[in-house]
Write a protein that binds this ligand. Structure first.
Ligand code: NAD
Length: 298
């Protein structure tokens, strides 16, 4: 088992590092938060006093940080100057494609192998070790990346070269944001037309409107499998997280010259929903805004 440094032990990183330790991987952990570090130690990781100390003797370095500037700064100031020669560096944060490519170039310039490997699946999947990783790295490095991520993964997919993992992540989540809004609109219209939600669920699940937002994550309480809608839209995938990913997609689209009018509309609708105080609710709660029933959320 490769000696692994894990930096960023928040909602996601905590469960991920715990699963590595559970699999017998020696994990050197660091987080700016003392509470997060303590939790990692109680989960079988070795707490280190700094990122520099955590990476010093690691063969693999994994990071799970909030945003692009955090990743750029951590790699430039702590990881690259202190990591052992030949270490494999893997950033699992969701960040902008440009930052991922910039860090990859910096790492390659100093002789490190680097992968951007963001995840699909939330905190529950992080804790269960069932995340889907999409990796951007040199094809020759992928087997080592896959091996390092395996104890935390349901699947690890090679997306392409540097930045391709982040590109896959934001395209997937833009599609999810759009499909969830479409699903919510359809259920809201069905209700106005006097169609029972459970009937529409059954029909849409077996018709051409079928999609993950309908069948696996139905936004209507009491309809379909158990989802955050059945728990007051608590937990799940927060609106703030969806909004972050939609903004990343719009920034990338603007730079790449891609037309993404549906993604643009989704960003505007989720921004409106978040601004009304619902940034912490699951993203499927946007149904209640479209129904004109925001009161149902308080
Ligand atoms: P979080 O805010 O809970 O955790 C981030 C952690 O990084 C915090 O504990 C923070 O103290 C630590 N940190 C920040 N800067 C640091 C530094 N310089 N050195 C050491 N530690 C540092 O966030 P999260 O929910 O765990 O999300 C992490 C990443 O995963 C984000 O990019 C997010 O978009 C992505 N993601 C989150 C989810 C989710 O459901 N939460 C799902 C998929 C992807």
């Amino acid at each position: 088992m490769s000696r692994t440094a894990f930096i960023g032990l928040g909602n996601m990183g905590s469960g991920m590092a715990a699963n590595l330790a559970k699999a017998g991987v020696p994990v050197s952990a660091f987080d700016l938060s003392a509470a997060a570090l303590e939790r990692a130690a109680s989960n079988g990781c070795t707490a280190r006093a700094s990122a520099a100390a955590a990476v010093a003797d690691a063969e693999v370095v994994i990071t799970m940080l909030p945003a692009g500037p955090d990743v750029r700064a951590l790699y430039a100031d702590q990881v690259l100057p202190n990591a052992a020669k030949g270490a494999l560096l893997i950033d699992c944060s969701t960040i902008d494609v440009d930052s991922a490519r910039a860090v990859a170039a910096l790492a390659a310039g100093q002789g490190f192998r680097f992968a951007d490997a963001p995840v699909s699946g939330g905190v529950m999947a992080a804790e269960a070790g069932t995340l889907a990783f999409m990796a951007g790295c040199e094809a020759a490095d992928f087997p080592a990346v896959e091996l390092a991520l395996k104890p935390m993964a349901r699947v690890v997919i090679h997306a392409g070269d540097a930045g391709a993992g982040q590109a896959a992540k934001i395209c997937n989540n833009m599609l999810l944001g759009v499909s969830m809004l479409g699903t919510c609109e359809a259920f809201a219209l069905a209700e106005k037309l006097g169609l029972a939600a459970d009937r529409f669920f059954e029909i849409a699940s077996k018709s051409s409107g079928q999609c993950w937002s309908v069948t696996s994550y139905c936004p209507v309480p009491g309809v379909g499998p158990d989802t955050p809608a059945d728990h007051g839209y608590a937990g799940g995938f927060a609106t703030a997280m969806m909004l972050k990913d939609l903004k990343l997609a719009q920034e990338a689209a603007a730079r790449a010259g891609a037309a993404t009018p549906m993604g643009n509309a989704a960003e505007a609708l989720y921004a409106l929903f978040a601004a009304q105080g619902f940034a912490g609710r699951d993203f499927s709660a946007v149904l209640q805004m479209l129904r004109g029933e925001l009161g149902a959320l308080s």
